[in-house]
Write a protein that binds this ligand. Structure first.
Ligand SMILES: [Zn+2]
Length: 97
């Protein structure tokens, strides 16, 4: 399970690197880019042949603090009208069919 997640993180990083290079970014520019995927940390490193390698840099423990998402308003599922109270949103189109 953990192994599978690792490979996915590496695949994502490899895809991103390939995309960046298609867009004209050089190996030097991408060198030392870090990726965080869940608890996995990857880094792109350039060797002396200017080839990029993705290395697993996952430390023993990762703690990510995320800013809370702004709370969405209450939206009527039928017409997408926004309300301050959930009750009003539920009642909005409740009687129309
Ligand atoms: Zn509505």
């Amino acid at each position: 399970m953990l192994t599978k997640q690792r490979s996915t993180a590496k695949e994502l990083a490899a895809k991103w690197v390939a995309q960046q290079q298609e867009n004209g970014r050089t190996a030097g520019e991408l060198h030392q880019t870090m990726f965080v995927y869940g608890d996995d940390v990857m880094q792109v490193d350039m060797n002396e042949n200017k080839e990029l390698h993705i290395t697993d840099r996952t430390p023993q423990k990762v703690v990510v603090f995320r800013k809370p998402e702004p709370e969405p308003g209450h939206i009527c599922r039928c017409c997408s009208m926004e309300y301050d109270h959930e009750k009003d949103a539920l009642h909005c189109c409740a009687y129309i069919d």
